[in-house]
Design a protein around this ligand. Structure first.
Ligand code: PHE
Length: 509
């Protein structure tokens, strides 16, 4: 386009911004701060100026760290591990009990602090605890990190820093900014003799009447429309519907439920201990929206098995957790951490009501984890849950379902490994081989529900069940190294436009 054509398509906002940029390049929020314009008007102009080569755009990202409430508290009182380190430096060895009472920490903080010192190889525990002076001094240095964050200094990404983020002591605030810079062509536009003509882009009675006295903003009717404007479904949605087809073809019906869930259906019904680390604020997303309603009868049954087990014959008996069950911990609202909560709702509401019929259920739904996002961890992820209820189900049935499912998805190289789950026994972890990473990666988890989880609902047959991570499976299918490319601020738009998830593979005849 010639200079004159470009000049005539600029409105007053565009011109104002361009004039500002002639002096120095600015970010969108700087322009916002120096003009009465709002963000979307600045962005609109920026896009237009960019499409006409008048300016260059660059994305700047700035990362800032700040102390959470917990962090501010530790900044005042000292980090638990530093408190212990200081005590240990003064003594060559001390018993666990003495250290605990000297520290003044509560039980949970104390054991976390011991864990953290162990991880740093700063202590050795036998009948007494003895410390390594160098390493303990190193641990004490961690306090400096809190000072720097408190002062708003910029920081390097160290393992210590990510550890503190994970522990909820420091939080990250990322800011993405578009930086606008005028081009050579832009400078020519600025000097064009028509640049300062007032160009009209809104018509009114006066303007129409005296139209000869005005110059009008021109619209570029021949502008090319970029191909990428054409949309398609996000690959995750496409992949989920492919999986749905596979599971429906295997005879499963779909379950639905809500993101918000009670700790009862997420944990208690599965016999998670009420002080289980998964319930920690670091792993679970709590929501401040009142209390949940929990079905009284099932709650009482769960409480009874939790506290003292059950017995229905010589071989089928359990001693339970042998701990008091606190009903106040059952109606807390959270964002569900797994869809096994949905599974148990369906067991209670469908299977328990017709225990003579066989059932097969699945769900593909979002779950939430309070994690630090990186190449293999997301805060929101899709889980593929499945259960089978029938007579005489065994581990062989479970492995057969899993292998058949992955085969139909097109992932052949999988292996199963014994693992531990509070609510299944036996339990199997599913691993898939990633040629891109050259190693086996965890894809999911499965097992046979423990009788303790089923008796309170009145179920006496076996139920086999699994939960697979959808994003990791998708990574294997399309050979992706970083989950963040699929979704959110780091999405790779070219990849999302071009990638193919492919077809369903035929299963065993
Ligand atoms: N809930 C488990 C998880 O989140 C998966 C699972 C489901 C395991 C059912 C066993 C049985 O990883």
């Amino acid at each position: 386009m010639d200079e004159i054509d470009v000049v005539r398509t600029l409105n007053e906002t565009d011109k104002k911004i361009l004039t500002m940029l002639a002096e120095k390049s600015l970010t969108v929020s700087e322009i916002e701060a120096q003009t009465p314009l709002d963000k979307s008007s600045v962005l609109n102009s920026a896009r237009k100026l960019f499409s006409k080569d008048v300016i260059k755009l660059a994305t700047l990202s700035s990362v800032q760290y700040s102390l959470t409430d917990l962090g501010a508290n530790y900044h005042r009182t000292g980090l638990p591990e530093c408190i212990l380190a200081k005590l240990l430096i003064k003594r060559s060895s001390i018993t666990y009990k003495d250290l605990y009472s000297l520290s003044g920490l509560d039980e949970k903080e104390f054991s976390a602090a011991i864990g953290s010192l162990k991880k740093a190889n700063a202590i050795e525990i036998s009948s007494v605890i003895s410390g390594n002076l160098d390493k303990l001094n190193h641990v004490i240095e961690r306090a400096k990190l809190l000072d720097s964050v408190g002062k708003g200094e910029s920081l390097k990404e160290t393992p210590e820093l990510s550890d503190m983020i994970k522990r909820g002591i420091i939080k990250v605030d990322t800011d993405l900014q578009q930086n606008l810079e005028i081009t050579e062509f832009g400078r020519k536009i600025l000097q064009h003799k028509e640049f300062n003509n007032l160009s009209v882009d809104k018509l009114n009675y006066d303007v129409i009447k005296n139209w000869k006295d005005f110059s009008f903003r021109e619209y570029d009717l021949n502008a090319e429309v970029p191909q990428s404007v054409i949309g398609r479904k996000n690959i995750k949605v496409e992949f989920a519907s492919l999986i749905k087809d596979v599971l429906v073809s295997m005879g499963f019906s779909e379950m639905h439920s809500n993101y918000a869930e009670s700790t009862f259906w997420n944990f208690d019904v599965m016999m998670f201990k009420q002080n289980h680390p998964d319930r920690d604020i670091q792993d679970t997303v709590y929501i401040d929206a009142g209390r949940a309603t929990v079905p009284k009868k099932i709650l009482n049954n769960v409480m009874s098995v939790y506290e003292s087990g059950f017995s229905d014959g010589k071989y089928n008996r359990s001693i339970g957790q042998r701990m008091d069950f606190d009903t106040k911990k059952s109606d807390v609202l959270i964002l569900r951490g797994h869809t096994t909560s949905t599974t148990f709702r369906y067991i209670a509401h469908y299977i328990a009501k017709s225990p003579e019929k066989p059932f097969k259920f699945f769900s593909i739904d979002k779950v939430f984890r309070n994690e630090t996002m990186d190449a293999t961890h997301l805060l929101e992820l899709y889980q593929i849950e499945g259960i089978v209820y029938d007579d005489n189900l065994t581990l062989r049935d479970l492995t057969a379902y899993i292998k058949e499912f992955y085969k139909r998805i097109g992932i052949d190289q999988i292996r199963l490994k014994p693992t531990y789950n509070p609510y299944t026994e036996p339990s199997l972890e599913i691993q898939g081989f990633s040629p891109d990473l050259g190693r086996w990666v965890e894809l999911g988890n499965s097992g046979i529900f423990r009788p303790e989880t089923l008796r309170p609902l009145g179920i006496t047959k076996n139920i086999i069940a699994w939960g697979f991570g959808m994003e990791r499976m998708l990574n294997l299918r399309i050979g992706l190294d970083d989950i963040r490319k699929l979704y959110g601020a780091f999405a790779d738009l070219d990849l999302l436009r071009d990638v193919q998830v492919g077809k369903i593979f035929k299963g065993s005849p």
